[in-house]
Design a protein around this ligand. Structure first.
Ligand SMILES: [Zn+2]
Ligand SMILES: [Zn+2]
Length: 122
């Protein structure tokens, strides 16, 4: 085991504490479980370098939160649509490019959205 301090947004820390109370798992166990999923997704998606074709879904409060990412990544976005569900914005984009570029794009999207998922189509 290795210990290190990390900084999390308050909302995220509160959510972890809530799960901890509900399940009896420690904060470390919860963070490790979430990280395990991320590392597995990244391993299968980013290594080795390959061409990616997939769908990015993102939930935001407004389109402007994600609009510039779409604009900056125009060359990797095959098509996208923007819908409103329960008062929130849902952006669905078909993306294509090197795994490097798509990894950057999906990270950028996840930073700006309440919820985001990348689903590989290849
Ligand atoms: Zn990929
Ligand atoms: Zn919208």
């Amino acid at each position: 085991m290795k210990r290190f301090g990390i900084s999390l947004p308050k909302e995220m820390a509160d959510a972890i504490d809530k799960i901890s109370r509900e399940t009896g798992a420690t904060r470390s166990e919860i963070v490790a479980a979430a990280l395990q999923e991320y590392l597995e997704a990244r391993r299968s998606h980013a290594e080795p370098e390959h061409q990616c074709l997939g769908v990015v879904m993102a939930v935001t409060d407004t389109f402007s939160e994600i609009g510039d990412v779409i604009e900056d990544n125009k060359t990797h976005i095959v098509a996208y649509t923007h819908l409103h569900v329960e008062g929130r914005c849902l952006t669905i984009a078909v993306v294509k490019g090197s795994s490097d570029q798509i990894e950057k794009l999906t990270l950028e999207v996840s930073k700006r959205s309440k919820l985001s998922r990348y689903v590989p189509l290849l």
